[in-house]
Design a protein around this ligand. Structure first.
Ligand code: CS2
Length: 467
């Protein structure tokens, strides 16, 4: 079977790059070449290029996988995204990625690109756990394997923070301006978090470098949103049917997409607004809305689904009692939010229920259930603290927490960087206070929740009632 490549003749119902790809030169390095980036930032860049062509080709970097970069090269970095909803499929071939690198194969090539003056922006989607954030003090986690390596061998990094720091060090040494670091992971004030980690890692090797970074580099925050399940054999079979050629990199996604970006760039940037991105001064209200309403509900759905042995999010949403629980959770979460400029929150929540129920999207509850220790602090626990401080009993957050603990107790394997501690907490759970061992895990729950007997009692009794 022929593979998708620059020579493929595409049917004209397939949307394809509306600019001269041969003339496209790199201006962005993206770290984390997974499904989400390919269905999100790469598409906004594709749209921006079609609207106002410039040197904004993306150099995609995988930190761990070597397969994606290999497949990318075979296909001239072209791939398809199938947008799916109740009314059907639409397929788009994306051309904004111009080069693909696997850091494990060629870390030096990645560093050379980071030090290349043509690169003005480095975007990131590496998932919450890849940064190496200390759960207790939110600084660098020295026990994180990549951080430990990058402290020891800063010029031969393995982690995202190490690559950024060494890339910036090389630019400073060469007298070049820095790049903008644009984090696109689901973390609160994501730019601030990455800034702190990079400066801490830089300070460990060279105080002057740390100072230069803090004075010259910008780390805008951003909120990203699109539901993009991991690709499966079915995804690739569908792509083959729609394209008429094989595409090993095809992904499917919902039609909805949103990107809100803090407008703070050290150099130039693509006209992402022409692809629908919103540039604002303060991303926080959007980010809280998305983390608490979408991601918080998503985690609740995932753990309910795991307990009820339901494979996909849409299966959970096909049970009216579950929809009622999700709606109740959103009602509690929305009370912790300030108004969000330009957004009707009631409509946003209705739209979320629709999006979760999308029958054309097969999003595994197991995929979302992973890494709870990295996700729940911003999705459930901080909102619970805010709810309690405004006089609410935060019962919905206690319920979602109980559902998570119930899941941990029955799961055969737990996919989480803190799995060992979570499994130990499960084994240590005493019958008198079943959740005490979980609340004792360092930096997992905020101090306000650890110290709140009444809230913890709610979690305990809800956990009991789930059985
Ligand atoms: C999900 C997110 O896997 C998860 O934890 O909640 O990946 C979610 O699908 C995206 O944030 C949607 O934008």
């Amino acid at each position: 079977m022929e593979r998708l490549s620059a020579w493929t003749q595409l049917h004209d119902i397939i949307e394809s790059p509306a600019y001269d790809r041969q003339a496209l030169k790199p201006g962005i390095v993206h770290i984390g070449l997974g499904a989400f980036h390919r269905a999100h930032q790469a598409i906004y860049t594709d749209a921006a290029l079609a609207h106002a062509f410039g040197n904004w080709g993306i150099v995609g970097v995988s930190l761990r996988s070597t397969e994606i970069a290999q497949d990318m090269r075979v296909q001239d970095c072209l791939y398809s995204v199938v947008a799916r909803n109740r009314s059907g499929d639409s397929v788009r071939v994306v051309g904004s990625i111009v080069e693909a690198l696997a850091a494990n194969d060629d870390g030096e090539a990645v560093l050379a690109r980071l030090a290349d003056p043509a690169i003005q922006i480095v975007t990131l989607t590496v998932s919450e756990k890849a940064y190496g954030i200390d759960p207790v003090n939110s600084g660098l986690d020295h026990a994180h394997p990549a951080i430990a390596n990058d402290l020891k061998s800063p010029t031969r990094p393995t982690g995202v923070i190490g690559y950024l720091t060494e890339g910036l060090a090389r630019r400073r040494a060469a007298g070049l301006p820095p790049f903008t670091v644009l984090c696109c992971d689901n973390l609160p004030s994501n730019g601030r978090i990455v800034r702190r980690l990079v400066i801490e890692l830089a300070a460990a090797r060279d105080a002057g470098l740390a100072e230069w970074i803090s004075e010259t580099v910008s780390f805008p925050c951003s909120m990203v949103d699109r539901i993009v399940p991991a690709a499966t054999a079915e995804t690739r079979a569908r792509a083959k049917r729609l394209l008429g050629v094989e595409d090993r990199l095809s992904i499917e996604a919902e039609t909805f997409s949103q990107w809100v970006i803090e407008d703070d760039f050290v150099g130039d940037r693509p006209a992402w607004e022409t692809g629908g991105a919103l540039f604002v001064e303060n991303v926080e209200p959007y980010e809280k809305m998305k983390l608490r309403l979408l991601n918080g509900s998503h985690s609740l759905i995932a753990y309910l689904g795991q307990l009820q042995k339901l494979e996909f999010v849409r299966d959970v949403m096909a049970v009216p009692e579950n929809v009622a629980l999700v709606r109740r959770h959103m009602q509690a979460a929305v009370r912790t939010l300030d108004p969000v400029p330009g957004i009707d929150l009631a409509y946003y929540m209705d739209q979320l229920v629709e999006r979760f129920a999308n029958p054309a999207i097969a999003h595994r509850t197991q995929q979302i259930a992973m890494d709870g220790s990295q996700k729940l602090p911003q999705r459930l626990f901080q909102p619970a603290v805010d709810a309690l401080s405004s006089g609410d009993d935060a019962a919905e957050f206690a319920f979602a927490t109980a559902v998570w603990i119930a899941y941990l107790k029955q799961a055969e394997t737990v996919d989480d960087p803190r799995a060992r501690e979570l499994q130990k907490a499960t084994a240590d759970a005493a019958s008198a206070d079943e959740t005490a061992s979980f609340f004792a895990i360092a930096g997992l729950f905020p101090g306000e929740l650890q110290a709140n007997r009444a809230w913890r009692n709610q979690v305990n009794s809800l956990l009991g009632s789930l059985r």
